[in-house]
Every structure is written in structure tokens, then in C-alpha cells.
Design a protein around this ligand. Structure first.
Ligand code: SF4
Ligand code: SF4
Length: 488
């Protein structure tokens, strides 16, 4: 029988009670099923990447770091496999963050809080800590019984073992983090011989503490009280998004297994929910999904597995709880077929944005210049007139050689009439086209003088565009930068 929605279902009771309720200890039960399997696989992939990525090597040639992913703060470089980014290229990170945010919106529009349930670090580590707890202390009933029984030698040793494993995981989580900032094998040696920089020990300490506290003790409270995403995502979702939903059109009226069998034998219609509470027992946030959509639900799908197992046992169709939405519940109640609409304006726009920004970033990355220059005009004096009548402007040019080898470049200038360029400290073998050697993977800053000898005063405007060009003599690679040439 269908459960009619009443106004009182939607309005919280105001019983004048306290605004703060003390957190209750939750003992999630072990469960097996397809969503649990997906969560195990994703956990293994996420943790595997996080813990072991710093040990992956990537040959970048002699003298360059060979760690595949490295944030080299000392030298202002970020290495990601074949990509090496300089501080000037921070916009790639901006693009990446934008793509990540829109991907999160897309996931939300398609499957609700998929991120929260499967990929969020808080979920992943809490799940791992739960697994350790179950391994050491037993499943739900056993843990509840032990908590009530109080202290004993065995209980004490179990708790010591559990917290030791938690601390080891937390410590390794902090340890893995610092390995992204230096050569991992070298840093490990330095850490164990107490020769690593103090900041490494501080970060390990901070992350050990936060992982141990957040995943071991605060758990679902982080999702419910601290994380802003549940509030934001509620504003980003729409009625078509698929969320973990109790299909009350099929489940109600709830009846015990025995009574349901008797009622069915008499030809009466009863719901499929046998009120076994298995969906509540497995829930990591301790809620009853049958009460409808809740902020506390991280959409992990474990209640789907629990209910599917019950339905299979009692010979009823599975997915009494499943990824669904209220539109379909009402359609089924009206005898209409279900509709799923993954293709909607918002999902199309999100997908197009991800594809568009991703394509622009890829294009920019594949076509990024490995030879660059930035020009800064002298401020004082802005221009001087020389004794031979020509006008001189001074600049500071920063040359960027992003390649892993030294290279010879020639520098030209164009714009002002009869312009001649001199690089302070560099002899010109070719007149008016000085050549310099740029050190590999480095920035070279030089002072440059440009002289212009106009045939008449009118031949030179008060401010003339000037362009500097550099050419790699060996590779033919070119780069340019513009500024202005001014009259005194
Ligand atoms: S109600 Fe279900 S989907 Fe939501 S958090 Fe609990 S087990 Fe996960
Ligand atoms: S697990 Fe399924 S049958 Fe059991 S209480 Fe939950 S919804 Fe009802």
C-alpha cells in the first residue's frame, strides 16, 4: 500500500527541546553486496594512489628529479609525469580546480552525493578505520556488547591494538603527504635518521593527528556538522538526480515477515519492507533511510546492499532501496512507467564546460612555450639621449628556458627606427644580434639596452611599440615579448 505524504512529514516537531543533541555512538554492521564491493575497489584505488604514487619514478634526464609526481617548493616547480609546470603557469591549476568543481556538480546532478559516499577522503579513511575496528573488536552486536560490558584485560588489549593500527595508518597518511614534496626514498632515509627538515616532522604530526581524530572519532559528525558540501549540493541538485531512496510506494505498509506471509496468503496487499532494520544497522551515519531524504545521508549505498540481501532471502525483488527519485515514486504510484533523465540542460551544460575547459587546457599544455621572456622597462631614467643624438631605453629581460638542457639563443629587437640592441655583459658575435647561453631549466635575468637613431625628431613618436624576439639557434624555437620605447 502506498504511503500518503502528510504535511507533518515535512515539518520538524518543535518540542522546545535543546538545539544540541549529544552524538550517539554508531556501530555500523558489516555488509556485503555490489555497492560495498564498489566502495572496496574505490578505496583500494584511492589509497593505493595516495600512498604509493611518490615512489613512482619518471626519467627526465640527467640532473632533473626522477619522481613522477613532485611539488618542488625549493625550486618552484611542479612535476607530474611528463608535465613540468613553473610558477608562471599557475593558471593550469586554476583550470584544473574549475574542471574538478564542475565535475563535482555533474556527479551531483546525476547521482546525488556520489562524491561523499565513495570518494571523499573523510569517507574513505573512516571506512578503513571501521574495517580495522570490525577486524579487532568484531561486528556490530559484538562491539555493542563489549561496550556495555565494561573493562577487562581482553577488552583493554583489543582497544590498544585497534588504536595502534589506527595510529599507524594515520602516521603513514601524514608520512605519504610529505613524500610529495621531496625525493621520496631520500626523504624516508632522512626521516628515520632524524635529518629531515623540521617542517616535515611537523606536517607528519599534524596529519597523523587529524586523520586519527577525524576518521577514528569524529567520523559521520564531520559530514553532518562540519562539511559545507551537503548544504551547497542541496542548492545544486534538482528533482531528477538519482539519490539513495527508500521506495515507499513498494515498501509500505511495513509488516513483519510472519504477518506479511499471513496477509499475502489471505490475498491482502502488504508492503515489501519487513521492518528488519538491517538498512539502519549498516548505515555509517546511523540514520533510517525510510524516513526520506536526510542531510546525514552520505549516499554510500550500503543500505541498498543490506536490503537487497534481505529481499533475496525472503524471495522478494531486490532494490526496495535503490538509486531513484521522488518523480519515479509518484509515477509508479500513478501506474505510469519510470523515467530517468540523465540528459538534462544542467548535465549537458556541465559536460560541455568540462569538455571545453579540458580541451583548452590540453591545447595550451601541448602548445606551451618552453622558451619565454618577460620584459620590464627601466623606471628611472625612462629614456636618455646619447652624445651622438640617438635615444636609449633600458629594460630588464627575464629569459625562461624550460628545457632540460642549456641552449644558445639570439636576441633581436624591432619597432623603433634603426633600433640596435645590447645585452649588458654579453659580447655580440653577430652585430646587432647578441647571443647568450641560457642555463637549462632556469630563469636568466639580464639588462638590455635599446638604442634608436631616428632620421628626424618627427620620425620617433613619444611612445613607440618595441618587440623583443628570441630564437633558439639549435632548435629554431622562437618567443617574443612587447613593451614600449619612449622619447626623453
Ligand atoms: S542511509 Fe544508506 S546511503 Fe545513506 S548513509 Fe546510510 S547507508 Fe549510506
Ligand atoms: S532492510 Fe529493507 S526490509 Fe529491512 S527495514 Fe530496511 S527497507 Fe525494510
Amino acid at each position: 500500500m502506498n504511503k500518503p505524504l502528510r504535511d507533518t512529514d515535512l515539518v520538524p516537531d518543535d518540542d522546545g527541546g535543546p538545539l544540541y543533541a549529544a552524538g550517539k555512538k554508531i556501530y555500523p554492521q558489516r555488509v556485503s553486496g555490489s555497492f560495498r564491493r564498489i566502495k572496496w575497489i574505490l578505496m583500494a584505488v584511492c589509497l593505493g594512489i595516495y600512498y604509493f604514487l611518490p615512489f613512482v619514478r619518471w626519467n627526465r634526464g640527467l640532473g632533473a628529479p626522477d619522481q613522477a609526481v613532485l611539488i618542488d617548493l625549493a625550486n618552484n616547480r611542479f612535476y607530474f609525469f611528463f608535465i613540468e609546470l613553473w610558477p608562471q603557469e599557475i593558471y593550469y591549476f586554476t583550470g584544473l580546480l574549475i574542471v574538478a568543481a564542475i565535475t563535482l556538480f555533474l556527479m551531483n546532478a546525476l547521482g546525488g552525493r556520489v562524491w561523499c559516499g565513495y570518494l571523499c577522503p573523510q569517507t574513505v579513511w573512516t571506512d578503513l578505520f571501521f574495517a580495522v575496528e570490525r577486524l579487532v573488536e568484531g561486528d556490530r552486536r559484538e562491539r555493542m556488547r563489549k561496550a556495555e560490558e565494561g573493562w577487562s584485560l581482553q577488552r583493554g588489549s583489543e582497544l590498544v591494538l585497534k588504536h595502534s593500527i589506527w595510529l599507524m595508518i594515520a602516521w603513514w597518511t601524514g608520512g605519504a603527504w610529505v613524500l610529495y614534496f621531496a625525493d621520496a626514498p631520500t626523504l624516508i632515509k632522512d626521516l628515520v635518521t632524524f635529518q629531515a627538515p623540521m617542517v616535515a616532522y611537523i606536517w607528519i604530526g599534524i596529519l597523523t593527528f587529524t586523520t586519527y581524530t577525524l576518521a577514528g572519532f569524529m567520523r559521520e559528525q564531520v559530514c553532518v556538522y562540519m562539511c559545507p558540501w551537503p548544504r551547497i549540493q542541496a542548492a545544486l541538485t534538482d528533482e531528477w538526480a538519482l539519490n539513495v531512496t527508500y521506495k515507499y510506494d513498494r515498501g509500505e505498509q511495513r509488516t513483519s515477515l510472519k504477518k506479511a506471509a499471513q496477509a499475502r496468503a489471505l490475498g491482502e496487499q502488504v508492503g515489501d519492507c519487513v521492518d528488519c532494520n538491517q538498512c539502519v544497522a549498516v548505515c555509517p551515519t546511523g540514520i533510517d533511510i525510510r524516513n526520506g531524504p536526510q542531510l546525514d545521508c552520505i549516499q554510500c549505498g550500503l543500505c541498498i546492499d543490506a536490503c537487497d540481501n534481505v529481499m533475496t532471502k525472503i524471495g522478494r525483488p531486490t532494490r526496495l532501496i535503490g538509486y531513484d527519485n521522488d518523480i519515479n515514486i509518484h509515477r509508479r504510484m500513478e501506474g505510469k512507467p519510470e523515467i530517468f533523465k540523465p540528459l538534462r540542460a544542467r548535465t549537458v551544460v556541465y559536460s560541455a564546460l568540462i569538455a571545453g575547459i579540458g580541451a583548452i587546457m590540453l591545447y595550451a599544455l601541448l602548445n606551451r612555450s618552453l622558451l619565454d621572456l618577460n620584459v620590464l622597462h627601466d623606471r628611472n631614467p625612462v629614456a636618455v639621449r646619447l652624445s651622438d643624438g640617438s635615444i636609449r631605453n633600458g629594460y630588464t629581460i627575464r629569459f625562461l628556458n624550460k628545457r632540460g638542457f642549456d641552449r644558445v639563443i639570439a636576441v633581436d629587437v624591432s619597432g623603433p627606427p634603426n633600433a640596435v640592441i645590447h645585452i649588458v655583459g654579453a659580447d655580440s658575435i653577430v652585430p646587432d644580434r647578441p647571443m647568450i647561453i641560457l642555463a637549462r631549466d632556469a630563469t636568466t635575468e639580464l639588462r638590455v639596452l635599446v638604442d634608436s637613431r631616428p632620421s628626424s625628431e618627427e620620425d620617433l613618436a613619444p611612445s613607440t611599440p618595441v618587440a623583443f624576439h628570441v630564437t633558439d639557434i639549435g632548435l629554431g624555437e622562437v618567443a617574443s615579448a612587447k613593451d614600449v620605447f619612449v622619447k626623453p
